[in-house]
Design a protein around this ligand. Structure first.
Ligand SMILES: [Zn+2]
Ligand SMILES: [Zn+2]
Length: 316
């Protein structure tokens, strides 16, 4: 099969032929029809995140499974034994295997999945469009749900970074809470789209940002984390979702009183089912651009430079 493989960080992926994976026991083979290109893939390719090499990247996988039809792959596979797995929070399992991260993922024609229970049926959703739901769709869903106790009538949520994940976050705040949502985005070409999704305002980071009860940082650079902390109201919540490698000095004289800081990591299998159900009901909108798998390196470069409206999806 064809696959785009990371051999050495800092070097281009090699698009090459390799044997099709062979499922054993309960494992299933999914024919990949689309795989989203995430910022984390760039971090892996550049060596900022560590991974066992060589590695087929890709954790936003949609495809076809024998007997099930079009499916979305839930790509964090827990040990099944620990407290987190028992609670259905496999993305928090310390032993979790993650496709495209600790084992081969979806930048390929086929991917091996441990069990059919990780496959969420897509119904009539187009798999190329649906692929990003596996991370870009579910990660902000979890982040917004965790913030709901703060998002009451009359409050404001700030969404910093209106890219692949931020576009969903704006909609979840509107769908799940009565809060206002204001986006902060440095690429002005994205402004009309973000307003169309339901943001009450979109600001450039150099503009004055309003105080907010909740700030979601989908970038995670030192600059955006600082902006997030400064914008939070006393008792408010800052949620870091983007992992751009930034750091935030934090002490009594930096940041508002009684502020809560947290990060939010991916979502559970149950949350992914919720997101697919929302998407199937037609209540979510998102941008996708299909790119041939052969152009995986060009796609990573575009994500690296932030030149993407929504999500790129590699198509084998
Ligand atoms: Zn991701
Ligand atoms: Zn576990």
């Amino acid at each position: 099969m064809k696959a785009a493989v990371l051999y050495r960080p800092g070097r281009p992926l090699r698009v090459e032929r390799r044997p099709r994976p062979r499922p054993r026991g309960e494992e299933v083979l999914v024919r990949v029809l689309g795989c989203g290109v995430c910022h984390s893939d760039v971090s892996l390719a550049d060596g900022r995140f560590e991974a066992p090499l060589p590695l087929v990247l890709g954790h936003e996988v949609a495809g076809y499974a024998e007997g099930l039809g079009h499916v979305l792959v839930y790509a964090s596979w827990g040990c099944g034994q620990c407290r987190f797995c028992q609670q259905g929070e496999e993305q928090l399992c310390p032993e979790a295997q993650q496709a495209g991260w600790t084992c081969d993922g979806g930048y390929a024609e086929w991917v091996r999945v441990p069990s059919t229970r990780y496959l969420v049926p897509l119904g009539d959703l187009d798999p190329v469009r649906a692929a990003p739901l596996a991370d870009a769709g579910v990660t902000p869903y979890r982040a917004v749900r965790r913030a709901l106790p703060w998002l009451r009538e009359g409050t404001t949520a700030l969404v910093v970074g209106a890219g692949g994940l931020g576009q969903f976050a704006v909609q979840y705040v509107r769908l799940l809470s009565p809060a206002r949502v204001v986006a902060v985005e440095r690429d002005r070409r994205k402004f009309p789209w973000v307003l169309d999704l339901g943001a009450q305002a979109v600001l450039h980071p150099r503009e004055k940002v309003p105080r907010a009860q909740v700030v979601f940082d989908f970038v995670g650079s030192s600059a955006t984390l600082r902006l997030a902390l400064e914008a939070a109201e006393p008792g408010g919540l800052v949620v870091q979702v983007g992992a751009a490698g930034g750091q935030l000095p934090f002490s009594f004289d930096r940041g508002p009183a009684e502020v809560h800081l947290t990060n939010s990591v991916w979502g559970s299998l149950e949350e992914l089912r919720d997101v697919v159900a929302l998407a199937r009901s037609g209540r979510l909108r998102w941008h996708v651009e299909a790119v041939p798998l052969d152009q995986a390196n060009e796609a990573l470069e575009r994500v690296r430079r932030g030149r993407v409206l929504g999500r790129l999806v590699l198509v084998p």
